[in-house]
Design a protein around this ligand. Structure first.
Ligand code: ADP
Ligand code: MG
Length: 702
């Protein structure tokens, strides 16, 4: 198959794959399944294994489990017609013989496997039934006129999908890599700049080493990506992301806006109205925000504080300050339940100042929505709280001054940017302050990689008089004891969350499970039991939540929809079923729904034995620590990379080769390197880098 007939064709790297000869509209979707959309994507599709077909192994030297390339003559072909019909081909070379077994074969194949035929085959040797065999080897028939040379390189094996053969994908990728090397810019200015750190290892060479390694390469280091070729690419990718983040920061920070005139009397009044004193951490966060607002630049701040530390009030202070200066504030939250709850708090807080708060969620009726949208456009709404509905095109602010994003890990970067643009595109044409709040503890390494463009305030410590949440692990067999215990809790007018987690990979089934649990609990308890899950109509969800706030429901059975932000201080107990199914970050978030008042709270992890060693270790971390940062670090340790910050990484950029956990040392080096050498890298190079590595990262284009 020839993909590109003329090697001199100039590749258009941004062209879609279907522009390649041989990849039509029908095949392109198969590539798309592998996330291969553009020609440049081919370069970054990594092999997960290599096969060594560079030399022929004499049959007498084979050992079980080894992958080998054999070459010999067929001595005998035998079809066995038992229940398991199969064809056994005996292959002989000068040293010994071996049986090749085929379960699927067609007549033409049988005809080709005649005695005396020369065969070259590749497969994994097994020792079965007292003899060496290879089941379904890949093979080709040789003739004395046609004995193809052996490959000089290891053969890469790529992830594939149905309808896309390994051979075809390999050839396509190799063509791309080869063309890349031939192109004019094969030696790039960055290669020169990096030549001290990575001698003789240009971007193109690194790619070639990975896709076409010599037989003597150290495979282990290719597999775990510690090989210099990978290291070179990882370094470059991390550097590209660093530049991208810097760019966003610059684009925001060069914007010149009026300093916000904070109405200090109003702020003091607001603080006096609160039923509590601000904690140290809250005061510090407010000071940071105040400092940002006093500059003639947009704020770009991340507030990071563990669940329950009181971030909402800090958001309210920031909102008050901006609203007080005559601008609007948008607050985005990930769930409707949380939007509604924030809306109530903010409405209460703003009322004494004659300020108006609007709630905007996607499920509102058209008429109701129109009214709200009008209030926003006319500037009658000072604070708008909502879910992703706020991003929609139709929402036009009169003069948006600040966007607050609560629980940011649930939002993608593009959503954040779209909100940012609301401010810029609206009538006012000016940048918007951004305040991002997260309870997800972000370990330091990730901080540098993902959030390098943000100013950060860490809120440590919880409001006073909080008692640590007691966490217990209890096996399902003792479920009745748990029910007795929560009955006692309800007796004291305290409330309980009962969380049913994902047992099956389906939300519908999860909701169904929650339904059943709620019915069972209602039978066993003399207190009102309620149910919320993601599939309920939002109005119904809201009614249940309202009833729970008012303590008309004692036990709230829920799916993980209540994971984020919900605040009912009178709820002191949390039961989590099948906690072994959840990540540590998510467990910590869920547990954070209790322990929000002065009363002692507890969390019961109701697990299904037997636990895997990993689950056991995780649950132990939960028992031993209430500190989100400690838990996050342990999480990284236990998982050792890959999936971080819970299961939803929507806010995280996707990397092509780097892994922030695995490559944390490299991440540090990139930071240092960039500081020392940034002068050597010109703007064009930075453009190229960002183009190459950060396409999926909308923020690069901010
Ligand atoms: P989170 O940081 O998880 O968003 P919240 O803002 O929901 O936390 O606050 C958790 C609980 O703590 C709320 O009930 C809130 O009223 C209460 N709270 C916040 N600040 C203080 C404070 N300074 N003193 C006492 N309670 C506080
Ligand atoms: Mg919160």
């Amino acid at each position: 198959m020839t993909l590109l007939t003329q090697p001199s064709t100039v590749f258009s790297w941004d062209a879609s794959l279907s522009s390649l000869h041989g990849i039509g509209e029908k095949i392109a979707p198969r590539f798309a399944k592998l996330n291969l959309h553009y020609i440049h994507d081919l370069l970054f599709h990594w092999p997960y294994r290599y096969e060594d077909r560079t030399h022929i192994t004499p049959i007498q030297d084979i050992v079980p489990e080894k992958w080998v390339l054999l070459q010999g003559t067929i001595r005998k072909t035998q079809v066995i017609k038992s229940a398991k019909k199969r064809c056994i081909v005996t292959l002989q070379d000068q040293s010994a013989h071996i049986k090749l077994i085929f379960f699927h074969f067609k007549t033409p194949q049988l005809e080709a496997w005649r005695e005396g035929t020369m065969l070259r085959c590749f497969g994994q040797v097994k020792w079965a039934g007292g003899q060496f065999t290879i089941v379904h080897p890949e093979y080709e028939i040789l003739t004395p006129q046609r004995i193809p040379p052996l490959p000089e390189h290891l053969t890469p094996i790529y992830p594939i999908v149905a309808g896309l053969s390994q051979n075809w994908l390999r050839k396509t990728i190799l063509t791309a890599v080869t063309h890349y090397q031939r192109q004019a810019y094969q030696r790039e200015s960055l290669d020169d700049v990096l030549s001290k750190k990575f001698p003789e290892l240009s971007f193109a060479t690194a790619l070639e080493t990975i896709h076409r390694p010599n037989a003597n390469q150290n495979l282990e280091s290719l597999y775990d990506k510690s090989h210099p070729a990978y290291q070179r690419l990882i370094f470059e990718e991390l550097l590209a992301h660093r530049y991208a983040l810097k760019r966003i920061r610059q684009s925001v920070k060069v914007a010149h806006i009026e300093a916000t005139k904070v109405d200090h009397d109003q702020i003091h009044q607001f603080i006096r109205n609160l039923p509590f004193e601000l904690t140290e951490a809250q005061q510090k966060a407010w000071r940071d925000i105040e400092g940002d607002l006093s500059l003639q630049k947009p704020m770009l701040r991340l507030i990071q504080g563990d669940v329950g530390c009181g971030k909402t009030v800090v958001a309210a202070l920031a909102a008050m300050a901006v609203v007080g200066s005559g601008k609007q504030v948008a607050i985005m939250v990930p769930t409707e339940i949380l939007a509604k709850q924030h809306f109530e708090h903010f409405s209460d807080w703003l009322k004494p100042f004659n300020l108006r708060c609007e709630l905007l969620v996607s499920k509102f009726k058209t008429k109701q929505k129109r009214q709200i949208l009008e209030n926003i456009t006319l500037g009658l709404a000072n604070v708008v709280i909502g879910t992703h509905a706020i991003f929609q095109e139709k929402v036009e602010f009169q003069n948006l001054g600040m966007a607050i994003i609560d629980e940011q890990h649930r939002f993608g970067v593009h959503q954040r940017l779209s909100l940012q643009k609301k401010g810029e595109s609206a009538r006012q044409k000016s940048a918007v302050h951004q305040l991002i709040m997260t309870a997800t503890p972000i370990p330091r390494t990730l901080m540098m990689g993902q959030y390098a463009h943000l100013d950060v305030t860490v809120m440590d410590g919880l409001p006073p008089n909080r008692q640590p949440i007691k966490t217990l692990t209890v096996a399902q067999s003792r479920r009745h004891e748990v029910i007795e215990r929560i009955s006692a809790v309800c007796q004291q007018k305290k409330q309980v969350y009962w969380v049913c987690t994902l047992i099956e990979e389906s939300e519908a089934l999860q909701c169904q499970a929650a339904q059943i649990v709620s019915e069972q609990l209602q039978e066993q308890l003399q207190f009102p039991v309620g149910l919320v899950h993601g599939k309920m109509p939002s109005q119904q969800k809201e009614q249940v939540m309202q009833a729970f706030y008012r303590n008309e429901i004692s036990v709230l059975v829920a799916t993980t929809v209540i994971e984020v932000g919900v605040n009912v201080p009178n709820a002191t107990s949390m039961i989590i079923e099948n906690p072994e199914r959840l990540g540590l970050a998510q467990l910590h978030q869920l547990r954070g729904r209790v322990g929000r008042g002065r009363d002692e709270s507890f969390c019961i992890l109701l697990y299904q034995p037997p636990l895997s060693p990993m689950s056991r270790a995780r649950l132990q971390v939960m028992r031993e620590s209430n500190d989100g940062f400690v838990i996050a670090e342990k999480d990284l340790e236990l998982r050792g990379g890959g999936e971080i910050l819970g299961d939803r990484q929507t806010g995280m950029a996707q990397y092509k080769v780097a892994d922030l956990v695995r490559d944390k040392i490299c991440l540090q080096q990139v930071g240092t390197w960039e500081k020392q050498h940034s002068k050597l890298v010109d703007t064009n190079t930075v453009d190229r880098l960002i183009d190459r590595w950060c396409q999926s990262l909308d923020l690069a284009k901010a």
